[in-house]
Design a protein around this ligand. Structure first.
Ligand code: ADP
Length: 459
């Protein structure tokens, strides 16, 4: 945070200095282009008026007159043809002036020193207190010829303005720096708050405190961060629940197997008991095997690996084949099965879709009532195939319907408790349907039955 804060201040101050230098360079160029000729013209007029007045008033004392002029804000330099020099007013910082210039002015020419003052990058000619930076005019007084060089006494004329401008500049710079210091703190503060929240999140505390009423980009960032924290919390809860469910589902068949193998080891058990225990152990092994198979499938669906091996195949034929496999279980439970299954070819992964139909049909059998019924029909509408499984089984409450696609969720009613299952089947179904860009809808009513509709794109 410190570094960002310091960086921000250094960059802003750097920007201020750069702008100041550019502003100066631009104003200086403007002075040389526009103001300098105007200034030269203005001072030439003044110099000529002074010379004319001196010429027209031969009785006046020239020295006193020029002294008076200097007192109203001019620096003057007077030289005659013999080289006698007089300065009036504030002294020039640099008094050098080529002798030829003086001769030219004595010969009647006007010297435009202000206009031709050399252009320098960081020196504004306006302030250069040099004899070269003057206007030179010939002056005649009492029959004697002089050269008069004048320039405005900037210090005298603009002295207060100088101080005034100096103060404005100083105050502007100091106040800007102060405001940058305060503003930077204000800008950096949300970042440090966010850093704190990130650290707290990394330490496993999902209840991060990021209250903000801002609706700018920072406010949006806080909102997104909170959403992310909530999602992470949900995922962490799901992960914990998943692990606890898996542990339970693996542990319970294992302890059953252990218990029954111990019983089998006893010499005193009868042949019937032995057969019964072996059958229980087999059933528990089947449960474990189906659980691990489902977990492996879910893991690869989760990793979104390229497990889809799509091809064109006839889902009508596939579902009819599956019905044949379940015929025995259907008749054992005394269920009535009716179907309308035309041949429809779709593009999909046959093995994954077989898992979908298998789960839906086995659920319709498992959660059905004795002598209940199952209906299966397929129809193609537009580019979509609708596969519907209807059963007159136990049905589910609306709360259960909301949760059946969650991993390990099993509606826990007195009737379903005894039915074997892992609670993973429908979450696998939902993942596979999603992978095929399809959708699944469930309608169910307790003690009346359930309807599962799968929509799949044909291509
Ligand atoms: P499993 O059948 O292994 O328990 P599933 O994920 O297939 O797991 O189903 C989740 C839960 O949804 C089941 O435990 C059951 O409570 C409910 N369920 C699924 N299909 C039906 C159905 N056809 N009729 C009533 N309940 C069902």
């Amino acid at each position: 945070m410190r570094t960002l804060y310091v960086k921000f201040i250094v960059i802003t101050t750097g920007m201020m200095l750069t702008s100041f230098i550019f502003a100066f360079l631009i104003s200086n160029a403007y002075y040389h282009q526009k103001i300098k000729p105007f200034n030269d013209k203005k001072n030439t007029t003044v110099a000529l008026k002074i010379a004319t007045f001196a010429n027209e008033h031969p009785d006046n004392n020239l020295g006193v007159y020029l002294e008076n002029i200097s007192e109203v804000g001019y620096q003057l330099y007077l030289v005659d043809s013999l080289g006698n020099e007089h300065y009036f007013g504030e002294t020039f910082r640099d008094k050098s002036l080529p002798a030829s210039t003086k001769v030219h002015v004595l010969n009647g020419e006007i010297f435009h020193g202000i206009l031709h003052f050399p252009r320098e990058t960081f020196v504004t000619g306006f302030f250069a207190n040099e004899l070269r930076n003057t206007i030179g005019v010939p002056l005649k007084h009492n029959g004697k010829e002089y050269a008069l060089f004048i320039r405005p006494d900037i210090k005298f004329l603009f002295g207060e303005l100088h101080v005034f401008l100096g103060w404005i500049l100083l105050l502007a710079i100091s106040l800007t720096i102060l405001m940058v210091l305060i503003n930077t703190r204000y800008l950096i503060k949300p970042i440090s708050t966010l850093t704190k929240a990130t650290k707290s999140l990394a330490n496993g505390n999902y209840k991060v405190d990021l209250a903000s009423k801002r609706d700018d980009e920072i406010g949006q960032l806080f909102q997104s961060f909170l959403q992310m924290a909530r999602k992470l919390e949900l995922m962490e809860d799901m992960r914990k629940e998943f692990i606890s469910n898996i542990s339970h589902d693996i542990q319970s068949p294992l302890s059953n197997i252990k218990g029954y193998t111990n019983l089998l080891a006893q010499d005193s058990i009868s042949r019937e008991e032995k057969t019964q225990y072996v059958s229980i152990i087999n059933s528990e092994i089947r449960r474990l095997s189906s659980l691990t198979k489902q977990l492996l499938l879910l893991a690869s669906l989760d990793r979104n690996e390229n497990i889809m091996k799509k091809k064109c195949f006839n889902i009508g034929e596939q579902i009819k084949g599956l019905i044949r496999n379940y015929q025995w279980a259907i008749s054992e439970k005394g269920l009535m099965l009716s179907y309308s299954i035309p041949d429809i070819v779709i593009m999909g992964d046959p093995s994954l879709l077989e898992t979908v139909w298998d789960n839906l049909l086995s659920n319709a059998i498992k959660y059905n009532i004795p002598n209940g019924s199952i209906e299966i029909f397929i129809e193609e509408r537009g580019n979509t195939v609708f596969v519907t499984f209807v059963d007159t089984g136990l049905g589910m409450s609306s709360k259960a319907v909301d949760r059946i696609f969650e991993r390990f969720y099993r509606a826990d009613t007195s009737r379903t408790r005894s039915i074997e299952g892992t609670g993973l089947g429908l979450s696998i179904v939902s993942s596979i349907v999603k992978l095929h860009n399809g959708a699944i809808t469930v309608k169910s009513k307790e003690r009346e039955g359930s309807t599962f509709i799968i929509e799949l794109p044909v291509k």
